[in-house]
Design a protein around this ligand. Structure first.
Ligand code: 5GP
Ligand code: ZN
Length: 119
């Protein structure tokens, strides 16, 4: 299994882990688009939100609660942040392992995608 985020979850690839629990791992994006840019991922491989199954409701809840904890740890809960998940080809998803981008630490304007703009 060569999925990069699976390898990060297994600690085979180095990352700066911000938060971790039984189901979820969150780590700093290697190419941050803002002062705070964290990726929140399921530890098990799920390709995207489009692949999240009905029986994975506990995982879905854990991902959202992890976002809140990440924001608290990064001290951006009060100032606010943007939550983004790119899904599939039209969504511009590059890493095919579900992840939520938590972007903040500065105003992020009308930025629509984690890499900025629509392009
Ligand atoms: P996507 O376009 O799939 O929504 O975003 C993938 C994100 O993963 C990008 O922001 C990219 O910088 C980040 N990324 C890709 N490879 C690695 C890696 O090996 N480590 C970390 N920490 N982030 C990565
Ligand atoms: Zn994976």
């Amino acid at each position: 299994m060569s999925c990069i985020f699976c390898r990060i979850a297994r600690r085979e690839v180095e990352s700066t882990v911000v938060y971790e629990d039984d189901r979820v791992i969150a780590f700093d994006d290697v190419a941050p688009q803002a002062k705070v840019h964290v990726l929140v991922c399921p530890k098990e491989h799920v390709t995207s939100l489009a692949h999240l199954r009905d029986d994975q409701e506990p995982l879905a809840a854990s991902l959202l609660l992890a976002v809140r904890r990440v924001a608290e740890r990064k001290q951006i809960a009060n100032s606010g942040y943007r939550l983004i998940s790119n899904v599939g080809e039209h969504g511009g998803q590059e890493v095919l392992h579900l992840h939520l981008h938590v972007v903040g630490g500065q105003p992020v304007g009308r930025m629509l995608a984690a890499r900025g703009g629509l392009g």
